[in-house]
Write a protein that binds this ligand. Structure first.
Ligand SMILES: O=C(O)CCC(=O)C(=O)O
Length: 265
């Protein structure tokens, strides 16, 4: 699948808007051929690796929000091409205004039919990385409408740092919803995304998604990147310590975040 390597050059307005808003919507980032090729491979990997076995009614709010299957690229050589793809990484680097990015990890986030909402949160709460220059690419593998669980952003919220020390939960939803209202951040939700469109958001951008009220799975693949040169930060919660072990292979605080799972892309 060679076409993935074609570079996308963003215009200044797009990168400037990303810096101001903390998110960007890039249409047609993956072509229809690329989606046709990679979607079944990602679906197979999710089927094989998805760790969720509980019934919907037995899960908490986080568990109801999506099936979270992580680092597919380690398990599947073809998904590896997708996750390590330079076209996606180059868009991430251009938006962040850095020359090189490293991979943090990938994850498929599949919101089941009838799946719950994703509470307001900031990703950086989970990451022991000594930088604000982190970004997630969020790409639907099928066409999606808002009611299927469209990602929604609080514009400019990334500029205010880590707002609350809260994991994804009913508590984060309540506290951060109040914060968004109080700060009057403009809230943005795309009205439609087609397979291969992608949003990018900063690790500190507040975001959420409604539940999936449709009868089909919201299939989304995500890739998380950070600026090359970032160091490992002392973990501030248990999640960050787990991440340090899992995605940074236990690298010590203050060392370069550059394990074999974090190649420069
Ligand atoms: O897919 C979702 O519902 C939430 C995604 C998300 O929070 C993320 O990719 O950072």
């Amino acid at each position: 699948m060679q076409s993935l390597q074609q570079k996308v050059i963003l215009d200044k307005e797009t990168t400037h808007a990303y810096q101001q808003n903390g998110y960007a919507l890039i249409k047609n980032l993956a072509t229809a051929d690329e989606i046709t090729h990679y979607r079944p491979l990602i679906l197979d990997a999710v089927k094989k690796l998805n760790p969720e076995v509980r019934k919907m009614e037995d899960r908490d709010t986080y568990g109801k929000a999506f099936l979270q299957t992580m680092n597919l690229w380690e398990e599947d050589e073809q998904v590896k091409e997708f996750t390590l793809d330079k076209k996606f990484a180059s868009v991430a680097a251009q938006l962040m205004g850095v020359e090189k990015v490293r991979l943090y990890h990938d994850q498929a986030l599949f919101k089941e039919a009838g799946g719950g909402f994703t509470p307001w949160h900031q990703d950086q709460y989970y990451w022991p990385l000594n930088t604000k220059n982190t970004i997630t690419m969020w790409m639907p593998l099928i066409d999606i409408t808002p009611g299927m669980g469209m990602l929604t952003f609080a514009g400019g919220s990334h500029k205010d740092g880590l707002v609350k020390n809260l994991e994804i939960s009913d508590e984060s939803e309540k506290a951060l919803d109040e914060h968004v209202a109080q700060k009057k951040y403009p809230v943005f939700m795309p009205s439609q995304m087609n397979a291969g469109d992608a949003t990018f958001h900063a690790g500190l951008t507040l975001h959420k998604a409604p539940g999936n009220s449709s009868s089909i799975m919201r299939e989304v693949m995500t890739i998380i990147y950070f600026a090359d040169g970032t160091e490992v930060a002392p973990p501030i919660n248990e999640w960050q310590e787990k991440d340090r072990q899992r995605w940074l292979l236990g690298l010590a605080n203050g060392t370069l975040a550059a394990s074999r799972l974090n190649p420069v892309l």
